[in-house]
Design a protein around this ligand. Structure first.
Ligand code: HEM
Length: 484
């Protein structure tokens, strides 16, 4: 009897152990099966950070051939996982804010933009503020902005002599600030306060350093000047807004759109919010556009074939419309559009886009490999690297605007996220049409009115800038065309 009960106990124990093992396995095995992305080899603790700081694109160029399109870099106490190429980056661009958010990674903008806007507010408020941006950049508004763009370009280049030599980079930077001031900040700033406001924006700009990304409130002179400039700008705009409201005057500029904007609950925007949104718009659009204008010029001046094609397009448009240039005529400049787009493919000013992941997700590479990205990782993709992938773009380092023509359409061949100079998906650039119109307005004026020649060597990339641009001067000799 005793032997039987012992046998029974052993049997029960065996079954219980098997059941327990099965339950534990059910919980543990999927975890152990997680396929984490390969990790970049680096010295312990700070090795990853050093490689990143030395140059993220250099690191990507070295690691992509070894590790493929998905890999992780350890950055001290954070992991950053790179998703390179359209096959693996769809989730990056399309995920909801609860899964992949911008707020944490772009938090360093808060002291520059100011309180109560963009990355300082919950996503629901931010979405409403982005609706204000969208409204202010609709076609009916853009049509009015284009008139300002044309006027500013004509006035600016009328000050050039009949012939001479200029640093094209500096000239275009200046013109873009003038145009952006007129279209975004309004005529009060453009006509009366331009020097003061430009100087304040300069201080804001200089207050955004690589160190500011990690320590945005570090008590250094550049941050102190940034904070003072932000305060003064708020005062200037408060005065302008009050005066507009009192006079009942309504202008066609982004400032007016923000003043007139209302949240869903009926609350109008405050003066501080309007100032913050304008600063955000200027930060998003100014350097990016002036850098792209300069690269476009540098490439056209070094490529006879494409230069001839854009000049020909201008001649055809003059035949068709006379000297007039407006929104619809700019929209007909497809050859120029492709030349700008190609300069921007090779040189996207925002080289790295970031998100913070709040839930696990899986990506499948084009080779069919699955990787599980755990929540808590920073997730990154790189326009500067992905825009030159040879399986998407033929001869990726060659300036070839025809790749976007109707027969090739390389920007679409591998799906929506093949060409990502303007990002894409949920947070795609809201200012893309504005940027193209502005750059086209400038270049159509230059092409119609001047013979141009690049007299300095083809420019290099300034990798050290926060918004990656053109290194050094871009010297151009110009001669005003004698118009028949
Ligand atoms: C050549 C010029 C420009 C380039 C290359 C550019 C590039 C970009 C990129 C890559 C993003 C996505 C950022 C991300 O996903 O993290 C973005 C977003 C944005 N851009 Fe632009 N941009 C340009 C001009 C402009 C202009 C002129 C404006 C406004 C006047 C503007 C307003 C915005 C805004 C508001 C967003 C945020 C959209 C969102 O998060 O929903 N951009 N831009």
């Amino acid at each position: 009897m005793e032997v039987d009960s012992k046998l029974l106990n052993v049997g029960a124990l065996l079954i219980a152990t098997l059941v327990a093992a099965k339950i534990i396995a059910a919980f543990l095995i999927p975890r152990s099966r997680k396929r984490l992305p390969p990790v970049v080899k680096a010295f312990p603790v700070v090795g990853g950070l050093l490689r990143f700081l030395k140059g993220p694109i250099v690191m990507l160029r070295q690691e992509y051939p070894k590790l493929g399109s998905v890999f992780t870099l350890n950055l001290v106490n954070k992991n950053i996982t790179f998703l390179i190429g359209p096959e693996v980056s769809a989730h990056f661009f399309k995920a909801s804010e609860t899964d992949l958010s911008q707020q944490e990674v772009y938090q360093f903008n808060v002291p520059t933009f100011g309180p109560g806007v963009v990355f300082d507010v919950d996503y629901s408020v931010r979405q409403e503020q982005f609706r204000f941006f969208t409204e202010s950049l609709r076609v009916n508004k853009l049509k009015g902005y284009v008139d300002h763009m044309i006027f500013e370009a004509e006035e600016f280049f009328s000050k050039w002599g009949d012939s001479g030599e200029v640093d094209l980079k500096l000239e275009l930077e200046h013109l873009i600030i003038l145009t952006a001031s007129r279209c975004l900040l309004g005529e009060e700033v453009r006509n009366k306060l331009f020097d003061d406001v430009s100087a304040l924006f300069h201080d804001l700009d200089n207050g955004m350093l690589p160190i500011s990304v990690i320590f945005p409130y570090l008590p250094i002179p550049a941050h102190r000047r940034r904070d003072q400039a932000r305060k003064k700008l708020a005062e200037i705009f408060a005065t302008i807004i009050t005066s507009r409201k009192q006079s009942g005057k309504s202008e066609n500029d982004m400032l007016q759109c923000f003043i007139d904007s209302k949240y869903k609950n009926g609350r109008p925007t405050s003066e501080s919010e309007v100032t913050g949104l304008l600063i955000a718009a200027l930060f998003a659009g100014q350097h990016t556009s002036s850098i792209t204008s300069t690269w476009t010029g540098a490439y056209l001046l070094c490529n006879q074939k494409h230069m001839a094609a854009v000049v020909e397009e201008q001649k055809d448009l003059v035949k068709k419309h006379g000297d007039k240039v407006d929104h619809d005529i700019l929209s007909e400049m497809n050859v120029l559009y492709r030349c700008i787009k190609e300069a921007l493919r090779l040189h996207p000013p925002l080289i790295m886009l970031l998100r913070s992941s709040h839930s696990d997700f899986t990506v499948t590479t084009k080779e069919g490999e699955d990787y599980d990205i755990p929540k808590g990782h920073i997730v990154a993709t790189s326009p500067a690297f992905a825009n030159r992938l040879p399986h998407i773009f033929k001869d990726p380092d060659t300036y070839d605007p025809d790749r976007f023509g109707p027969e090739r359409e390389e920007d679409k061949a591998a799906g929506a996220f093949s060409y990502i100079s303007f990002g894409g998906g949920r947070h795609g650039c809201l200012g893309e049409p504005f940027a193209y119109l502005q750059i086209k307005a400038i270049w159509s004026h230059l092409l119609r009115n001047f013979e141009l020649e690049l007299v300095s060597p083809f420019p290099e990339i300034d990798w050290n800038a926060m918004v990656v641009g053109v290194k050094g001067k871009v010297m151009v000799r110009y001669k005003r065309k004698v118009l028949q």
